[in-house]
Design a protein around this ligand. Structure first.
Ligand code: SAH
Length: 252
C-alpha cells in the first residue's frame, strides 16, 4: 500500500495527525527533498528506508515503490504542502493505477495557506474580493495562454503566485499592463512557517522587485498580490453581523 501524504509547508507540526501517523508507520519513505523540511523525518521509524526524490527520476521512484509492494511493505510518498498543487503527483498516481498498485492521498497544509497565516491575512474580504487565484508565471514550464497573468489579473482577485519569485519583474510588468496600479500591495513570504527561516516582505508593485532583491530571496517564496493586503478599512462580513440570520443564529 502506498500513501501519498502532504507534509505541510515546513513547520513539522503542520503535518496532519493522519499524515504523521502514516509516516510513523511507514517501512519506506520517499520524500521530496527539494522542499520538504527534513525535520519531519523524525516521525519515521528508525529502521525505515528513506529516499530523497530530488535525485530520482519518475521510473526510479516507481521502482522503489514496486519493490516495497512486492515485499509487502508500506510506502509513504511525502510531498511538500498539499500534494494536489504543483506536486507532480498525477503522473505517479496514473502510473500506480496502471500497475495495479493501491494508493490513497492524505492532504496537507499548502504553502498558500501558510503564507496567509504568516501574513495574518484573510484572502477573501467582503466587498474587496471573494476569489483567490492560485497560479504561477510561465517560465521554463509554460502556462496556457488563456491563463496568462495578464488575463487573470483583470479580475482583480487575490493572486497567489507559486514558483515564480525569480520572475518578479516580469510579474510586475504583466500586472501593471493588466491594470493593477503601481501602488497595489504585494507581499512575498519566504519559507512560510519554517522555524527560524521565515521572512515576510511587504511592499507595492513598484517597490517589491527591489525589496526582494535586497532580501536575497530567489526561491521557496509565495507572492501574494491584491487589495486584500491594503490596510484600508473594508465592510465587515455578514457572518457575525447582528442584522444577518443564518442556520445557526437569528438576526437580532
Ligand atoms: N505542493 C506545494 C507547492 C509545491 S511547488 C504546496 O502546496 O505548497 C513549490 C513552490 O511552492 C515554491 O516555489 C514556492 O512558491 C511555494 N512554497 C513551498 N513551500 C513554501 C513555503 N514554506 N513558503 C512559501 N512558499 C512556499
Amino acid at each position: 500500500m502506498v500513501h501519498i501524504v502532504g507534509a505541510g509547508p515546513g513547520d513539522p507540526e503542520l503535518i496532519t495527525v493522519k499524515g504523521k501517523r502514516l509516516l510513523s508507520e511507514a517501512d519506506v519513505v520517499i520524500f521530496a527533498g527539494s522542499l520538504v523540511n527534513e525535520e519531519i523525518l523524525r516521525y519515521c521509524k528508525p529502521e525505515a528506508e528513506i529516499y530523497n526524490s530530488a535525485q530520482m527520476m519518475l521510473e526510479e521512484i516507481l521502482h522503489v515503490i514496486a519493490l516495497a509492494e512486492k515485499a509487502g511493505k508500506t510506502t509513504v510518498r511525502l510531498h511538500t504542502g498539499d500534494p494536489s498543487i504543483y506536486g507532480a503527483t498525477q503522473e505517479q498516481m496514473d502510473a500506480m493505477r496502471e500497475r495495479g498498485i493501491e494508493f490513497d492521498v492524505t492532504p496537507g497544509v499548502s504553502s498558500v495557506l501558510a503564507a496567509a497565516a504568516a501574513l495574518k491575512q484573510e484572502y477573501t474580504l467582503p466587498s474587496v474580493t471573494q476569489t483567490v487565484i492560485i497560479t504561477r508565471r510561465g517560465g521554463r514550464t509554460p502556462v496556457p495562454d488563456s491563463e496568462s497573468l495578464k488575463k487573470l489579473a483583470q479580475h482583480q482577485t487575490t493572486l497567489c503566485i507559486f514558483l515564480s519569485v525569480n520572475l518578479l519583474s516580469e510579474i510586475k510588468q504583466d500586472l501593471m499592463s493588466a491594470g493593477f496600479k503601481s501602488s497595489t500591495p504585494v507581499a512575498v513570504v519566504y519559507k512560510a512557517s519554517w522555524p527560524g527561516e521565515e521572512k515576510i516582505i511587504r511592499g507595492r508593485l513598484d517597490t517589491i522587485v527591489e525589496q526582494v532583491k535586497e532580501a536575497k530571496i530567489d526561491r521557496t517564496a509565495m507572492i501574494v498580490v491584491g487589495h486584500c493586503l491594503s490596510s484600508k478599512s473594508h465592510p465587515k462580513s455578514n457572518l457575525y453581523s447582528p442584522m444577518f440570520s443564518h442556520m445557526f443564529r437569528q438576526a437580532r
